[in-house]
Design a protein around this ligand. Structure first.
Ligand SMILES: [Zn+2]
Length: 464
């Protein structure tokens, strides 16, 4: 009986409201809809730093101190991995436990700079030099999906990330993967057809179980790269450079000291946290006085000067999407030979993303190898003709090296790419020096192509 009365009451109420609404419309008083909510302003960033490991941000903190403390710019950061494969200078904690510690160190370090919006993509720390290995272990699609989302959430004007290139020296494959994913996200976050569920509006944002994310597409305006290669002279003139010896007007201390203070939170790491702790204790800041050197990747806005300030001429606010050129198959001669694996990927990647100038940074390409270690170099033999071919691959080695695999006659079917896995044992000399590996491909008695790779030998070729 009670239920029946309630139902009747609701029916009467709805009827009354419908009648009132009709009356208002008849009177020309159409009700005003609620305001469409703006993106969450708390998360807006001027600069989004996308790196691989907790402590990678220290590569640019000598600049970030200036941007944050004296220019009042908002910074957010994404780490690809928690750094679970690094060493631990403090305790025995390793692997997953170390990852928990290191990501906390990163939160504390960045919080000291006022940076509280910090995320980790959760990829496993994968030491090596081959970017394709990190993209595999990180679950490339998942990492990109997260990064595009965070770019849409933080709506950065400028992205700072690792250089997507294979450089000799400390050039970790995870670092390269962060640069690759940041570049891809830069070119995707403004496209509403990429991860459309992220930009679909929820049916009822105040309700529960909404399965659309309600973000908006976002085109960041510029992307800059940095490198931790032993020697970054190849980046001179490719972008802005920031002195760290300048005095912060607000902190009354040099930017290098602020950078050391931030770095000192990463105490598990000998080459960052412990180094900074020692510098702060002894006053020897030689390492920190190096300038922060950036290379302009590309710009989505006009009037960008290569070496100008990263935020120069940028007006906050949304700009139209700037699509990348995308992959296009290049015309090749009938039989050709080139470095395979990550080098072949980068050649296509740079062109697809309008970063052709990165191909000119290191020519010939280079890598690091350890003394007395095996080095594997994939050589890609392409047959773009309609007939099967036999390609004879030979190599010229540095003195004291030994070929374990590679020289052979390779049968390559029409329109096929055959990867020859060449393998060498390096000499056991101790001093770091540059060597050259050279390959020659012949087909039907004619030279079909040749490949050169510069290798820097050192005690170990493995990045830390
Ligand atoms: Zn790192």
């Amino acid at each position: 009986m009670r239920k029946t009365l309630t139902a009747v009451s609701i029916l009467l109420l709805v009827s009354f409201q419908w009648a009132a609404s009709r009356a208002a419309q008849t009177a020309g008083q159409i009700p005003e809809a609620a305001q469409n909510p703006q993106p969450d302003a708390r998360f807006k960033a001027d600069i989004l730093v996308i790196v691989a490991h907790p402590d990678d941000e220290t590569e640019v903190t000598g600049y970030l101190a200036r941007a944050i403390f004296d220019q009042h710019k908002r910074v957010a950061a994404i780490f690809g991995t928690p750094g679970n494969s690094g060493g631990d200078a403090v305790s025995n904690a390793q692997a997953a436990a170390l990852g928990d510690i290191r990501i906390t160190e990163a939160h504390e370090a960045l919080a000291s700079f006022g940076v509280l919006h910090v995320w980790c993509l959760g990829g496993p720390d994968t030491p090596g030099q081959n970017v394709l290995h990190s993209l595999e272990t990180w679950n490339h699609g998942n990492a990109l999906w997260q990064t595009v989302r965070l770019m849409r959430l933080t709506r950065p004007e400028v992205i700072l990330t690792w250089l997507p290139d294979f450089v000799a020296g400390e050039n970790h494959d995870d670092h390269q993967a962060a640069g690759v994913i940041a570049t891809e996200a830069f070119d995707m976050a403004g496209d509403p057809t990429v991860f459309p569920e992220q930009v679909a509006p929820p049916d009822n944002r105040l309700g529960v179980s909404n399965l659309a994310e309600g973000l908006q597409p976002w085109q960041a305006k510029r992307i800059y790269y940095f490198s931790d290669a032993d020697n970054t002279d190849f980046l001179v003139g490719k972008g802005p450079e920031y002195n760290t010896t300048d005095i912060s007007p607000s902190k009354h201390t040099p930017y290098y000291k602020l950078a050391a203070e931030e770095m000192a939170y990463h105490l598990t790491q000998n080459d960052t946290g412990q180094l900074a702790k020692h510098a702060l204790a002894t006053g020897d800041f030689a390492y920190f006085k190096q300038p922060v050197r950036l290379a302009l990747g590309k710009s989505a806005v006009a009037n960008t000067s290569v070496s100008g300030d990263i935020l120069e001429g940028i007006t906050p606010g949304a700009i139209p999407y700037v699509p990348p050129r995308g992959y296009r198959q290049e015309a090749r001669q009938a039989v050709s030979v080139e470095l395979g694996g990550p080098w072949a990927f980068y050649r296509d990647f740079w062109r697809a993303h309008g970063l052709d100038h990165l191909a000119l940074l290191l020519n010939p390409p280079e890598m690091s190898v350890g003394n007395g270690e095996q080095v594997h170099v994939p050589i890609l033999i392409r047959n773009d003709s309609d007939e099967p071919v036999e390609v004879i691959l030979t190599s010229t080695l540095p003195a004291g090296w030994r070929e374990l695999h590679g020289t052979a006659r390779y049968p390559v079917r029409p329109h096929e790419a055959y990867t020859a896995h060449t393998l060498y044992l390096t000499a056991s000399t101790a001093k770091p020096e540059w060597q050259t590996l050279h390959w020659k491909a012949e087909s039907n008695g004619q030279v079909a192509g040749d490949v050169t790779l510069r290798l820097r030998t050192a005690s170990s070729g493995l990045p830390q």
